[in-house]
Design a protein around this ligand. Structure first.
Ligand code: FMN
Length: 176
């Protein structure tokens, strides 16, 4: 897909066949993460965790359902992988930089997943729930002082991408 086809067909995919992305596609998605712009070029304040362990995914899913107070919910959508983005705990008043870094990484990976015809969805709710669960966080192998911020579910899907109508008034704008 060319750049604009990818941008205009990207959407959140929340149904997965259960089959994981190939290793080479996963590597490409992680390369897209590494290609992200990061404030002041401080790549060392970010960390990625590729979670494919079913038991751990199910625990994060359950923590998310509890967080949303909906036991029937599956906020990871049974995806075969969650790529979790963590950040070094930001200093006071620098939280916006940490969140922006994390969001940009997730979106770069989402765009790459779209170009590879893989399903992908930004995940903040379950990542927030995870970050409040010290026992679960301890299973992630994060560097000391890093906190989970957000993530991307990724996996094969039966859904098909096609160019979408993007309403031009979706986001309010003004020009001066
Ligand atoms: C910061 C952010 C957080 C999001 N968190 C979640 C989430 O936790 N779960 C989910 O299913 N979708 C999540 N989404 C996806 C949005 O709901 C989705 O992007 C939006 O509704 C527009 O739909 P589209 O992605 O299909 O264009 C998130 C998106 C962003 C940008």
């Amino acid at each position: 897909m060319n750049t604009f086809d990818t941008l205009f067909s990207r959407r959140s995919v929340r149904s997965y066949t259960g089959e994981p992305a190939s290793e080479s596609d996963l590597e490409t998605i992680l390369k897209a993460a590494d290609a992200s712009p990061i404030a002041m070029g401080k790549y060392e304040v970010m960390h990625l965790t590729v979670i494919q362990n079913r038991e751990l995914l199910d625990k994060i899913d359950a923590a998310g359902a509890k967080f949303f107070q909906n036991p029937d919910m599956h906020p990871l959508y049974h995806a075969p992988a969650l790529i979790l983005v963590s950040t070094k705990k930001p200093e006071k008043n620098m939280e916006n930089v940490a969140y922006s870094n994390a969001a940009i990484i997730v979106e770069n990976m989402a765009i790459a997943a779209t170009a590879l015809n893989l399903g992908a969805c930004h995940i903040w709710g379950a990542a927030a729930a995870l970050s409040f669960d010290g026992e679960l966080v301890s299973k992630l192998g994060l560097p000391e002082g890093y906190v989970p911020c957000c993530g991307l579910t990724v996996g094969k899907t039966d859904e098909v991408y096609s160019a979408r109508e993007i309403p031009s008034d979706r986001i309010s704008k003004n020009r001066i």
